[in-house]
Ligand binder design. Structure first.
Ligand code: ADP
Ligand code: GN1
Ligand code: MG
Length: 363
């Protein structure tokens, strides 16, 4: 659909294009891995089209990414880190010097160096990986907190405002634009019964009981790269939603994506479960890095897993009800399958809430 070779030429890439192919399993942007010939050496780059249906203002978004990655590199180099360029995303500027390029249809594209000898995982493989994931995101929050200059641009307003997410969900049920409500009444009722939970963090933030921080806001497992040899969490990626938020949003999405042995779109929901050993590992890694947490934030860490999983499930179901316009789908009922795994995971978390609280108390 896109002329990748032509788009690659918009960037200051001092290499000959060889080929490019779709890459990764993100739900939002279009990602390609390029093969280029750099004076005889075959290397890769990542080329991405920013999804402008989701990110309405991609240019200020790219300024956020530029600022965060510049600061990350500065800190790494100050610490004399020997692989600084593997530990942060590095933007390749366009030929006009901007951190992005636009094609003829005004799509916004960006290019990153390819981080080698590391990979992302769609499914967690061990508790040790959880420690690494949580530590990497915790350290990223520290870095973002010390970012100099203006506050970051809010790329998606009210991204984790679960009160508003609930209203959007309810409006989709009422409008029922493609007549799917009757097929998913059970799932709708399940979310309706949990409305009160949606207000807790939003109200605490508004009432000053929880601090607003700069957070990543999309801490799913496949947004951190783990080193192929050491397993260390070396680079946090997908920085599009790095903006003011709550630490609970970040920890909650780690629980959502790193504790269950089942894929986000698993059809057999009996496989979905929140494994305590994995939760303990996340808590360990996160508490070690996020030394700034207040008592109220700590108290809500177990609940954050329920909240973020519920929020995501509600978003998948809303998208299903309005005709699958937001998340990429690869089969007709994809968003419904995703909704059902989130429901099963929330139920598993609810059943283990007391034990999760004890884990945090011990941290
Ligand atoms: P999306 O917003 O669609 O999730 P991501 O930025 O997370 O897009 O990228 C999708 C996938 O591409 C990632 O999960 C990762 O596997 C891979 N990827 C992204 N950036 C890099 C990079 N700089 N080096 C290597 N792989 C990358
Ligand atoms: C999207 O872009 P990706 O795949 O990392 C989504 C997240 C959801 C996630 C569900 C900007 O993340 O909020 O939690 O899918 N990103 C955006 O898998 O909406
Ligand atoms: Mg991603």
């Amino acid at each position: 659909m896109f002329d990748i070779k032509k788009i690659a030429r918009l960037f200051d890439l001092r290499a000959d294009y060889v080929c490019g192919a779709p890459y990764g399993s993100g739900h939002i942007n279009d990602t390609y891995r390029l093969d280029v010939d750099q004076a005889g050496l075959r290397v890769h780059y990542i080329l991405q089209r920013v999804n402008s249906n989701v990110f309405k203002q991609p240019i200020p978004l790219m300024e956020n990414v530029r600022r965060v990655t510049t600061e990350a590199l500065r800190v790494l180099q100050e610490e004399d880190c020997k692989e600084a360029y593997r530990r942060t995303l590095t933007l390749i500027p366009a030929k006009d010097g901007k951190p992005y390029a636009q094609d003829e249809e005004e799509n916004v594209w960006r290019m990153y160096t390819y981080i080698d000898r590391a990979r992302t995982y769609d499914m967690i493989e061990s508790p040790a990986q959880c420690v690494e994931v949580a530590r990497a995101f915790g350290n990223f929050q520290k870095l973002a907190a010390n970012l100099p200059g203006e506050p970051l641009f809010e790329t998606i307003p009210d991204f984790h405002n679960t009160t508003k997410r609930f209203e959007t969900f309810r409006a989709a049920v009422t409008a029922d634009p493609i007549g799917r409500v009757k097929t998913v009444q059970k799932e709708i009722d399940w979310f309706m019964a949990r409305e009160a939970d949606c207000h807790i963090v939003v109200n605490d933030l508004a009432g000053g009981k929880l601090p607003l921080r700069v957070t990543h806001n999309d801490t799913k497992l496949n947004n951190v790269m783990l080193d192929d040899v050491t397993g260390e969490g070396i680079c946090v990626i997908d920085l599009d939603t790095t903006m003011p938020g709550s630490s609970l949003y970040d920890f909650g999405d780690m629980i959502r994506t790193s504790t269950s042995p089942a894929a986000e779109d698993e059809k057999d929901t009996s496989k979905v479960t929140m494994r305590m050993e994995y939760f303990e590992a996340l808590a360990k890694g996160y508490c070690e890095a996020a030394t700034f947490l207040t008592p109220r934030e700590k108290e809500l860490l177990p609940f954050s897993g329920k909240l973020l999983t519920m929020e995501c499930g509600m978003r998948f179901l809303t998208d299903y009800l309005v005709g699958d316009t937001y998340f990429k789908i690869h089969r007709p009922e994809h968003n419904l399958d995703r909704t059902r795994t989130q429901i099963a995971l929330v139920e598993s978390i609810e059943n283990q809430m007391d034990a999760m609280m004890e884990v945090i108390a011990r941290c």
